[in-house]
Design a protein around this ligand. Structure first.
Ligand code: F6P
Length: 503
């Protein structure tokens, strides 16, 4: 089969450039790349469709075609959408309608055939799947990755701040696009059973677009880990160089007497929702933990963020400044280090390095839709202490079986408890390192995810509308002809988000 992946935001290239260095370059891009490669490895032709970016700050994304090294059957195809330069995802909506979708259709017309099906990612990819399906009948799966209504909840949107917040995030367009995507998709794919379907899709803002109790509208396909990259016995191209880099950074930041201690390792984008501050507060609160381990923050693209201001003002103000204040106040200098590693292979090598000195991986997000990084760390041999809010409550716990230590990220004492459980008890460390690694290898690999996608795609190609509701939502005028007068109004957004909640 010939399968297209619609993912206009972020971008894709042979070296996964900028992954985790920008809000639009996170786990979703890894997900799309790995599922595409897993499907291609089964002998199918896969196109990852994204946006052409001609911008000196983002030089990797100017060519129309690209590929991954040593991977057959996957084309990265970048087609123009709006201005040539990079645009953050929130600004893409009108250009997807006026340029990107028409350019995709023109591209395949030139090739003489369309893909058999599309997989679509995030509300922007989903919207384009809707428009292409409406014009051509090509069915599409919808994988939300993250839904806007949930983000509005986390941003504490109120009638008073709605207009101001919407000016930056365009939730008006995003929620309408998400409603259309989940309504008109052949099937909606979730990474977790309970959390996403009954915790995000059931948000009142999506009433009328999806029936979360209708099993045929959903398929559960958890993301996976690539053992050849993250496995304990894998070796990256820069394994030794990464070990050297880590030792240099520890020598720079950690007091000599402590340099061989285990580490509490955190590795995520420095956004407030990742709650790195909560982890630092827990570390600062526990003398016991400080005696047992140092705290290391892997910070994408930032070589020394605790000592050098970063250009992203929001990260500086909302994340790094509060962390520095705690480190100063509790005099944690010499116990904490923050630095970046060059790429995914180096990150995997970092996990292996830290596992050898009985470290733990920590992720304290206030809410984590799925949580791939902890699973990658687990496969490398690091036991995990992580937020119980979101997908990790399903992937790291099955009934009474624990495969990681889950904690309340907003309860400092609970975070301390979780860290002490692994750092102060060798048997517990050994148990969670072993059972966490085995559990992820058994249940969460990209090969498994690719097989599940393929089975689903074969089904929807043979009967595209079998799982769809009889009544489809109409396509909003803005997505047929994006003009200021056709735009999704604040009143529409307000009704969707607030009126539904009040009912
Ligand atoms: O790739 C980055 C990502 O994983 C995408 O899903 C999305 O760009 C972002 O994280 C989450 O988006 P938001 O915070 O707008 O829900």
């Amino acid at each position: 089969m010939h399968i297209g992946f619609l993912n206009p935001q972020g971008n894709f290239d042979a070296h996964d450039s900028y992954i985790t260095e920008h809000a639009d370059f996170g786990g979703q891009l890894v997900y799309v790349k790995e599922v595409a490669i897993a499907i291609a490895r089964k002998g199918h032709q896969v196109d990852i469709l994204t946006r052409q970016i001609i911008d000196p700050d983002w030089p990797e994304f100017a060519q129309t075609f690209d590929t991954y090294p040593d991977v057959e059957n996957v084309r990265i195809i970048r087609l123009p959408a709006g201005p040539k330069e990079f645009l953050r995802k929130e600004l893409l909506w009108p250009h997807l309608v006026t340029d990107w979708v028409p350019n995709i259709l023109k591209f395949y017309q030139g090739e003489g055939r369309l893909p058999d099906a599309m997989t679509t990612h995030y509300g922007d990819g989903g919207l384009c799947g809707v428009l292409i399906e409406d014009k051509t009948g090509v069915p599409f799966t919808f994988t939300a990755h993250s839904l806007g209504a949930q983000k509005m909840d986390k941003l504490h949107v109120t009638p008073e701040n709605l207009a101001q917040i919407n000016e930056y995030y365009y939730f008006s367009r995003r929620l309408l696009a998400e409603r259309l995507s989940m309504n008109r998709s052949a099937v909606n794919i979730t990474s977790t059973f309970k959390q996403e379907r009954f915790g995000q899709y059931n948000h009142p803002a999506y009433q009328g677009a999806i029936d979360v109790n209708n099993d045929v509208r959903f398929a559960l396909i958890p993301p996976g880990v690539e053992p050849s990259v993250f496995g304990a016995k894998a070796r990256s191209h820069n394994e030794e160089a990464t070990y050297q880099l880590i030792q240099e950074r520890l020598a720079r930041d950690i007091s000599e007497s402590r340099r061989e201690l285990p580490v509490i390792l955190a590795s995520s984008r420095l956004s407030p929702k990742k709650n790195t501050l909560g982890l630092v507060q827990a570390y600062a609160q526990s003398e016991t933990i400080q005696e047992q381990a140092n705290l290391v923050l892997i910070t994408a693209g930032l070589h020394n963020p605790l000592h050098e201001p970063v250009k992203d003002e929001q990260v500086e103000r909302t994340v790094l400044t509060p962390i520095r204040e705690i480190v100063n106040e509790k005099n944690l200098w010499g116990k904490i280090s923050a630095f970046c590693v060059p790429d995914q292979g180096a990150l995997a090598a970092t996990y292996r390095f830290m596992a050898q000195r009985r470290s733990v991986f920590a992720l304290m997000s206030l809410f984590e839709p799925f949580g791939l990084a902890p699973l990658e760390a687990a496969v490398a041999g690091l036991p995990v202490v992580a937020t119980k809010n979101g997908g990790l409550s399903e992937s790291l716990r099955k009934g009474d079986n624990e495969y990681g230590v889950l904690v309340d990220p907003e309860d400092t004492a609970d975070i301390v408890r979780g860290l002490e459980r692994l750092l102060c008890n060798a048997q517990e460390w050994e148990h969670f390192a072993q059972c966490g690694q085995q559990h992820v290898l058994n249940c969460y690999t990209w090969e498994t995810a690719g097989n599940e996608y393929l089975n689903l795609i074969k089904e929807i190609v043979s009967s595209p509308t079998a799982r769809r509701p009889a009544e489809l939502l109409p396509i909003h005028s803005y997505f047929l002809n994006p003009q200021s007068e056709t735009d999704v109004s604040l009143e529409e957004l307000s009704h969707l988000y607030f009126a539904a909640i009040q009912n």
